[in-house]
Design a protein around this ligand. Structure first.
Ligand code: CDT
Length: 327
């Protein structure tokens, strides 16, 4: 019998800098209600879904950016999401800026800031937490840039690896679920670490500008979406899993995010795609048993992988020049 999980990507249109969390949460609850009517069992919201993509805004004093972070999950402001999930019997994935208060080495507590995603079941249990590993951008203000991208200023590198959990979801007793966030999707290493844990469904949220803001060379407009889809489709195919990529879209604080949320099957095909740059729900029935073909044939890791030839992947960060050929 097929193992069908009905999933949804809840794309969000822009959230402006001045908009309170209650507005974003209200829109998300509305999307959850619509998802329920369409039979969705697991709904994926974008990266940093509760606020504007604040890493485009520079705060000299990092503590001034604390207003963008959540110290508790759920909180008073996010409780309606958990309540709606319970009411509709839907699991959900949520990206947010996490402020963790941890014991400091010298006593007291210290603040740690992460770009985080959680997977929550309809009962409100947090099944899995992921903290973004590949932080793009820079830590200091860059005058040459058209827009700042200060993720390296506001977040620490995630310290939880790329975890996968097997848990009941929808009508299924066990689904292998993993997460990555935005820029992680461009790195094959993220996907393979999840693939090595037999992930069946990868959830990822993103905020990606329509234009290259680095002012460091020409990149054709259409290639921005192409590279996003290419990465997600290749990752799903090469690791025999489904993927839900959910965007924040539209003009936020005067800057355009390209949307184009997709759901991808283990063949790497796009099975659903958003067409607006606004709040939009796309859904797909995913037969998780279709993950088996790839992982027992061309990508049967146990038969075909050669880790002894891959040492550079974990031993080296930057690339090195090859030896020069001489006659
Ligand atoms: N949020 C995030 O990680 N955004 C980056 C923008 C990089 S510009 C190519 C992304 O990889 O989409």
């Amino acid at each position: 019998m097929a193992r069908i999980l009905t999933v949804g990507a809840a794309q969000l249109g822009p959230i402006q800098k001045a908009e309170p969390r209650s507005v974003a949460v209200g829109r998300m609850v509305h999307l959850m209600e619509r998802a329920h009517r369409r039979g969705v069992e697991l709904l994926v919201f974008p990266e940093l879904a509760l606020t504007t993509f604040f890493p485009r805004h520079y705060h000299e004093d990092i503590a001034e950016a604390d207003v963008w972070f959540e110290s508790a999950m759920p909180s008073n402001e996010t409780a309606p999401l958990f309540a709606a999930a319970r009411q509709y019997g839907i699991g959900f994935h949520l990206g947010y800026a996490e402020m963790a208060h941890e014991p400091a080495p010298g006593g007291g507590t210290r603040k740690r800031r992460f770009n985080t995603a959680i997977l929550v079941n309809p009962e409100g249990d947090i099944l899995l937490k992921y903290r973004k590993v590949h932080l793009p951008g820079h830590a200091e203000y860059r005058p040459e840039r058209k827009v700042q991208h200060l993720e390296k200023r506001y977040f620490e590198v995630g310290d939880l690896g790329f975890p996968v959990v097997r848990a009941p979801m929808g009508g299924l007793p066990g689904v292998n679920m993993g997460m990555m966030i935005c820029n992680d999707r461009r790195w094959p290493e993220s996907w393979r670490v999840l693939g090595l844990q037999q992930v069946e469904l990868v959830m990822l949220g993103y905020n990606t500008p329509s234009l290259n803001m680095e002012a460091a060379g020409f990149e054709a407009h259409h290639l921005r979406v192409f590279h996003s889809h290419l990465s997600i489709q290749a990752g799903a195919y090469q690791n025999s899993c489904f993927a839900v990529g959910t965007a924040k879209a539209g003009t936020e604080d005067g800057h355009e995010l390209f949307g184009h949320s997709i759901i991808v099957n283990p063949q790497g095909e796009i099975v659903a795609q958003a067409t607006s740059w606004d709040d939009e729900l796309i859904t797909a029935d995913c037969d998780l048993d279709t993950c088996t073909l790839g992982r027992t044939t061309i990508f049967a890791f146990d038969q075909h992988r050669r880790p002894e030839a891959y040492a550079r992947i974990t031993e080296q960060v930057g690339s090195v020049a090859p030896p020069e050929w001489r006659k």
